[in-house]
Ligand binder design. Sequence first.
Ligand SMILES: [Zn+2]
Length: 293
Amino acid sequence: MVVLENLVIPFQINNKIKGTIVRLSSVASQIINDKYPKNINSIFADSISITASIGSRMKNDGVFSFQAHSEGVIKTIFVDLNYNSSVRGYISVNNFENIENLPFEKLISNGILALNIKEGKFSKNYQGLVEIKGKSIKDAIDTYFNSSEQVKSFFKLFNIFNLTKYEPESNYIAGAIKLELMPEINDFNNTEKPNEDWKTILMFLETMNSEEFLNINKTSKQILLNLFGQYEIKIFDEINLNNNCQCSNERVLNTLKSMDKKEIKYLFNKKKSIEVVCEFCKTKRVYSEQDLK
Ligand SMILES: [Zn+2]
């Protein structure tokens, strides 16, 4: 049996283009949990892949987060990735009928996408926002990174919910290739056209389809070599992602204890105990009023 991994592998092409390839199995399927129809799962899967391709190298106690809020069927998508390489995520969906046939614009309407980097206690946070327009999460992320006319970052996203058959035993659940054109440094007299390579490489990437990319019989390295093998390509160490939630009894208790006394009274109103469920890993914890003292 093939053991499916959850890998992020950084690479570089011709010392001019930085890239990341992401292929996820259990990490994505545990988060997605198949509660919703394909069109919603597909958007959620792409959000997880984007998070993995941007946030996999957080240092110290840093966290990268992806948030989408909308007034459509999907209220919120939240995915984050921390310095321990653990990914969490949840989606909140309005109770609409016949959502399985709705197009992207109905699922996410009047949407905002926010990417946030928290680099630990002593450094500043960074947050960027963009309106979600277009026909996919990819359109939104392209707008986010390429506000000028020249495309300098490129995402190609893949997920199993877009395949004709849903076969998780022979396919990865979600993945991405992200490419980024590195800025030319001190190169005012450069007469070469680095953009020519960039355009060709984007064309190669466009030929990659989901069937091929998600197929478990190919390794991520094989995919990279097939796509970009004619260039000088450096492939760096892989990063293994996991689903380990950072929640703990202590953290939940601290949050509860930080509420004011009236709120706590209200929470326990005639009840002996309350149940707190982690919205990410679904762990249930039970507390009595006595626990909060
Ligand atoms: Zn948890």
